[in-house]
Write a protein of this length. Structure first.
Length: 329
């Protein structure tokens, strides 16, 4: 009798093991069939990251059929744990698994498809600029070395222009991560574009979404009017309801709708720079600019004939990061 019971138990255990293996193989097959993206975010406990995570989780960036895995890094571990819990509480079908959290960047970038470097290294009161630049280099060269060591060449590294060191950060990443193609290290200028469009809207009364092909040259953070230029020479305004002629294919130049050359040449850059230096209401607009750019880049869902600005490493002899107009396709 005991022998018969033992044999039955062994048979049941074997059947349970086989079933568990079958279920595991089925789950792996289903996971492989679903496209997934791993997004690594630094300074993940910041207000900017909070909004970016929410927008990504709501299918606004990678599309409804893509599962997103978050890796979150921040030295404020208490706030980071709260962000991770709130990400789960979003109950979004796009978030594939609970976010992985860490305060150690050396254990962070492995397997990332997209890296968002959201750190804002603020210059301290009375701090020498050289000391501030040294802190910027120390932080981001460390990131770059880790990215270079553990990431695939296909990884996309994005630096939003949330501070005046954005172009410098892009340059540091490019120099210190030589295994990552230069075109995959991007400093976004979408926020500056959007602020310039918003200023034109306030001046002319047109719809913001109808302004296209506005270009920003120079400093992607627009920290000083001497370091960037808003170029409206290619910009167009569609669907001008105040015009005598109106229709979906009708367009006018920005010069035509503003009627003020002096304002475009001098006041517009001042307005954009003033908006860039004010942090009171910039978090939501910065998050929206970052995620809309990432969506266009990842899905190529914008009109390939439209022009946007971004900062990438020069392909010439210069090693600087510089803004250039591109068509995203």
């Amino acid at each position: 009798m005991l022998s018969h019971v033992s044999m039955s138990a062994v048979q049941v255990a074997r059947e349970n093991t086989d079933l568990a293996n079958e279920l595991s193989a089925e789950k792996q097959a289903l996971d492989a069939a679903v496209q997934s993206v791993r997004v690594s975010i630094t300074s993940a406990a910041s207000s900017l990251a909070y909004h970016v995570i929410s927008m990504i989780a709501s299918h606004q960036v990678f599309g409804s059929g893509v599962k997103v895995n978050f890796d979150l890094c921040d030295t404020n571990t208490s706030a980071l744990s709260t962000v991770a819990l709130e990400t789960i509480d979003l109950a979004s079908g796009s978030v594939h698994e609970p976010p992985a959290v860490t305060s150690d960047p050396t254990q962070f970038f492995t397997c990332a498809d997209v890296i968002l470097l959201l750190d804002d290294v603020v210059m301290g009161e009375g701090e020498a600029r050289s000391d501030w630049l040294s802190r910027v280099y120390s932080k981001f060269s460390c990131y770059a070395q880790q990215i270079d060591a553990v990431c695939r060449r296909e990884v996309v590294v994005i630096v939003p222009a949330v501070n005046s060191a954005a172009n410098l950060i892009g340059n540091i990443i490019s120099r210190c991560a030589p295994n990552i193609p230069a075109q995959n290290i991007i400093v976004t200028s979408r926020l500056v574009e959007n602020r310039a469009k918003a200023a034109i809207v306030r001046q002319s009364g047109v719809n913001c979404g109808s302004i296209v092909d506005l270009i920003v040259w120079g400093d992607s953070s627009a920290a000083s009017t001497s370091r960037f230029v808003v170029d409206v020479s290619h910009a167009k305004v569609y669907d001008c309801e105040s015009s005598a002629v109106w229709g979906p294919e009708y367009l006018r130049t920005v010069d035509d709708v503003v009627h003020d050359k002096q304002w475009l040449c001098s006041r517009l850059p001042d307005t954009v720079s003033s908006s860039s230096s004010s942090s009171s209401s910039s978090v939501v607009s910065a998050a929206s600019a970052l995620t809309s750019f990432l969506s266009d880049w990842w899905l190529a869902n914008c009109n390939s004939q439209r022009i946007h600005s971004l900062s990438i490493k020069s392909q010439g002899k210069s090693v600087n990061i510089c803004i250039c107009p591109v068509s995203i396709a």
